[in-house]
Each structure stands twice: as C-alpha cells, then as structure tokens.
Design a protein around this ligand. Structure first.
Ligand code: NAD
Length: 549
C-alpha cells in the first residue's frame, strides 16, 4: 500500500492458560501429545522452500524417556549450507523490497497460528522433545513465541517512524535498510520462543536467514518453520538447516555476504563463532553484526530484611523450573547469617517435596535434563558435593536436598541444594545448566563486602534478584549490583522475562546485551541510510564572505 501509513495492531501479551484438571486446554494438549507420540517423524531440511532429505539422519529422543524415539531428522553438511546461502541470496531482493507492513503481516499471522491453531501442537512438541512440563511449554512455546511475533512488528513500526528533523527547504529521511548479505541464526535448545525470535527478527527487518536449530529441539523448531510457511513467508527467506554447527559455520563464515550472527547459547560457542568471523573480517563486504546472548550464573541475594516465604518460593521456581535449564535460572543463593538456619531448613523441605518424572504426567514439577552430555556434565559436580566438596577451587560443601542422579530411563537429576562454605566454591562459579542451586551464608555485619562477592564471583552478568523489605536496602543493593546483571529483579525470581515488559539480556560474559523483546535488538538488523533532499538547490557557489572588503 503506497497510499497509507499502516499501524500494526497494538500488541498484547498472550494470556497463559492454566491446564488445570477439567480445562479444555488440558484435554486438547493431552490429545496432541498422544497424536505426536503415535507418529514417526522424518524431518527434512528446508532450503529455498524445498524439503531436502540428506539421508544422514539422527534420532529424536525424549529426554525423560530416552528409549522412546520420536523420529529422526536429516542433517545438513557443507553442501547443503552452500545451497542455503544461494537460496537466501536469491530470495533477498524481492523480500527486502516488499513493503514493511507486508513483512509484518506474515509474522503477525504466524503469531495467530502459534497462539491458536498450532498452540497445543507446539506445546506438545516442546514437552516431548525438550522435556518441558505443560506450564513451562505454555509460557515458552505458546505465549512467548506469540509475543515475539506480535511485538516485533510493533517495534519495527516504531523504528521506521523514528525520523530525523528537517530544516527549512530540506527533507531529511532515514531508511532502515536490511543488511547487505544474509544473517546466520544459531539457536539453543532451551526455548522454542528464542529459536522463533532469532530467525524471525532479522527476517522481519527485511533480511534473509540461514537458521541452524539445536539438535535437541528439532521437533518444535520444525513446526515453527512450517508455521512461517503457512503464514506466507516466501521460499528462501528463512532456510532451516539442522545439522553439524561446525560444518555449516565453515561455509557461512567463508562467504563475503555473511552480514550478521544472531546467536543464543553458551559463551564458549559464541566466542568461537566470533573468532571465526573476526579471522575472516577483511573478506566481508561489511562489518558483520554479531549478536549473542550467552551463559549465566544468576543469583538471588537475601537482605536480612527479606520476606523468607517469598524468597523460598522464588528460589524453588527460579532455580528448578525447567530443571534449571534457563539462562536466567538462579544458581547462586546468598543468605545472611542472621536468617540462615530457619531459611535453609524451609527451603530444603520444599525442594525435597518437588515431584520429578515424565512431563506427560501432569503432576510433575520437573522433567529431565536435555541429553546425556548435559547429564554427564552436571552429575560430577553433584557427586563431588555429596563427597563433601574439595574441588580444585577449594572449599567444602554439603548437600542439603536432592543429590540423586539417574540416567537409566531418562536424564534425571534431582533438584539439589548445595551449601558451600567458600563463596568461590566451584558450583558458585561454573554454569551447570541443571537443577542445582548453591547457597552461601554471608556475614550481614558487612553488607558492602557481601555485595562485592556477588558482583565479582562469576564472569557472567545476566540476571539477579534482591529480596528486601527495607527500602534503603533495595536502593543500596540496586546501586552495588548495577553491573552484576542485565536484568535485575526486586522481590521476584530472576527468571520469566516477558516480551515488551522486561527487555532481556546481560553483559560481561553473558553476551552483547542487545535486549531481545525490545526495539534495541531489531536495530541490529538494519543499516540505516540517510537521504537529504534540498528543494531549492543553490545555483551560485560564491559565499557572501568572499565579497571585497
Ligand atoms: P550451545 O552453545 O551448546 O548451543 C547453542 C547452539 O550452537 C546450538 O544450535 C548448537 O548446535 C550450536 N553450536 C554448537 N557448537 C557450534 C559450532 N561449533 N558452530 C556452530 N554452531 C554450534 O547451548 P545450548 O546447550 O543449546 O543452550 C544452553 C546455553 O545457552 C547456556 O549456556 C545458556 O545460559 C545459554 N542461553 C542464554 C540465553 C540468554 O538469553 N543469555 C538464553 C538461553 C540460553
């Protein structure tokens, strides 16, 4: 439409359904779970709108019942990555030239499909493939995904509306051009919504994308791709490339058209991708945009004035929901000596009562960790703590709750609470990405020293929560911990950021802090071009000062 200034529908966060016994959504979800379990999935690549089956397949397993094979997916290698680059570049000009509101419409429609027609299919795929409970699947796969797809078009409209001033006789305009080339989206297993956002946000801004999903979230991610297609996304705009990250990256980083990386995952992998890009920097047509949201070692800090009941609830939900596999999950807990005894007893009792098992049994609060590699990475930390600590970093530890690890049927690690005497005990510093919370008791005679420990213990700075009833304590903590987290919470758990309400991201080792769920992220996918037009151009080049004195 050349003759209108369209307005994107005002976004509203998708309401979270309860799945309480007797609710229609519970029945619909259970039916979808049964249907999904009854199918043998054979998931191809999608390049330029075409399904490609390479024959190099890997199984899709349930983490909480790893004997159950849900199907298989085909893996891309270097040849397919090359085809995907060509398909993306072929689609680029037409997609970039489409009026922005038409691009917005594709993703707004996708948001409706996620919240409506495919809500339970996406939830069921996320539950079975990624071991999320109904509640955790709902807030992620249904609600947050729909929120990204509805809020980002609104942010895009706001960005485009931001125009420079014009002086008399001139008109200044800013066009938010897509990047020259293609964007590489590399997505983590733990949020279906993040996978949705990393590929769709650059595409919305007129870019073409190679999307490499995590091998442990293929089922839900494949459905997302089908939803984009059903919503009208033209072939080649987003190309779906499950497979070896290193093989695909080798092709991507070798192309002069590599224009941006949209990554979420571990700090180590992001650093290695950054290095590959920087090693080839001089070969690129433009400086690539490197956006990465990475690891966390997130804290809950209890001031002596904290409400213990609220803090117990925040620790349980913040540390153990989705088995602690949220970048924002609480994994360090600081308790003042004056309240430690009672508080840790109450917390341990709650943790010991948390039901864990297959997510298809709706009574469970936790499922399994994502795969065997995750299990094998976490279990030794728990075992060392059970043995009393004595890690390389020093210090002793005691397991106050949980501690059992069993991978015989599913990759189950009990929700575990460790008490460490040393603030730099290994599980206070290292990101485990599992259901393990480590508490340290601090001396509330010296609050400044306690804040310094919180700030300096880990290389990350993603999320943190402060519990205090005394307002002066809130102010002091927010000041002292200003750079300790990109997202700080007061009297709330450190997880659960909502699109449009808590723009999300951290700094230091936690990433480039480009705040997913806000216009700041979308700005990274444009390269602004300024145009100045003069209505009455001067025709004489001499300036008045050049006249004779
Ligand atoms: P990961 O780093 O193992 O994998 C992320 C993605 O990178 C996957 O698609 C993986 O296949 C790919 N990958 C791995 N090696 C690669 C390579 N050499 N080349 C190209 N791609 C490669 O992370 P994960 O296990 O999927 O997710 C957990 C991590 O993600 C945690 O560290 C967590 O804190 C972080 N995370 C951060 C945020 C945030 O917003 N800061 C959000 C979610 C997860």
């Amino acid at each position: 439409m050349n003759d209108a200034l369209p307005r994107v529908p005002r976004p509203v966060n998708e309401p979270v359904l309860s799945y309480a016994p007797g609710s229609p959504e519970r029945a619909a979800l259970k039916a979808e779970l049964a249907a999904l379990l009854g199918r043998d999935h054979d998931i191809p690549l999608i390049i330029g709108g075409r399904e490609i089956r390479t024959g190099r397949t890997a199984p899709i397993r349930r983490p909480d019942a790893h004997g159950v094979i849900l199907g298989r997916y085909h893996q891309a290698g270097e040849a397919e990555a090359g085809l995907a680059v060509e398909a993306a570049l072929k689609a680029k000009a037409e997609w970039a030239d489409l009026p922005w509101e038409e691009r917005a419409a594709v993703f707004l429609r996708a948001g409706e499909l996620v919240a409506g027609k495919y809500r339970q299919a996406l939830n069921a795929a996320t539950m079975l493939g990624q071991s999320k409970t109904a509640q955790q699947a709902e807030i992620d796969a249904a609600c947050e995904t729909a929120d990204f797809l509805r809020y980002n078009p609104h942010f895009m409209e706001r960005i485009y509306a931001d125009q420079p001033r014009s002086g008399s006789g001139e008109w200044n305009r800013l066009s938010y051009r897509p990047l020259e080339g293609f964007v590489y989206a590399v997505t983590p297993f733990n949020f279906t919504a993040i996978a949705a956002n990393l590929a769709s946000a650059p595409a919305m801004m007129g870019n073409v994308v190679l999307w490499k999903p995590a091998s442990t979230s293929i089922l839900s991610n494949w459905l997302l791709m089908k939803i984009y297609e059903e919503a009208g996304l033209p072939p080649g705009v987003i190309n779906f490339l499950p497979g070896s990250g290193s093989a695909i990256s080798k092709v991507v980083f070798a192309r002069p058209e590599f224009a941006g990386l949209h990554f979420t995952g571990s700090t180590g992998v992001f650093n290695s991708l950054w290095k590959q890009a920087s090693d080839r920097l001089s070969t690129y047509r433009a400086y690539p945009r490197l956006v990465g949201e990475t690891g966390g070692k997130d804290f809950i800090f209890l001031d002596p004035s904290a409400d213990p009941e609220a803090a117990v609830c925040a620790a349980v939900r913040g540390a153990y929901e989705y088995q602690g596999q949220k970048c924002s999950a609480a994994s360090r807990l600081y308790v003042p000596r004056s309240m430690a005894g009672d508080f840790l007893d109450r917390l341990s009792a709650e943790i010991s009562s948390l039901p864990m098992g297959e997510v298809t049994d709706f009574r469970n609060f936790l499922g399994a960790v994502i795969d065997e590699a995750a299990f094998d990475g976490i279990a030794p930390f728990v075992e060392r703590a059970l043995a009393g600590g004595g890690s390389a970093s020093g210090g002793t530890a005691r397991v106050l709750a949980g501690g059992r690890c069993d991978k015989s049927r599913g990759y189950f690690i009990e929700p575990t609470l460790i008490l460490a005497d040393e603030p730099r005990y290994e599980t206070m510093e290292t990101e485990l990405f599992g259901p393990v919370l480590t508490a340290h008791v601090y001396d509330d005679g010296d609050m400044e020293a306690a804040y310094r420990v919180v700030d300096a213990t880990s290389p990350y700075a993603l999320t943190g929560a402060v519990f205090a009833r005394d307002r002066r304590a809130v102010v002091r903590a927010l000041g002292a911990l200003r750079y300790s987290a990109g997202n700080l919470y007061v009297n709330d758990k450190p997880t659960g950021a909502v699109v449009g309400r808590q723009p999300f991201g951290g700094a230091r080792g936690s990433g480039t802090n480009d705040k997913a769920g806000s216009p700041l992220n979308l700005l990274r996918w444009t390269s602004a071009g300024a145009v100045k037009e003069t209505f009455s151009p001067p025709v004489k080049w001499r300036y008045p000062y050049m006249g004779e004195a």
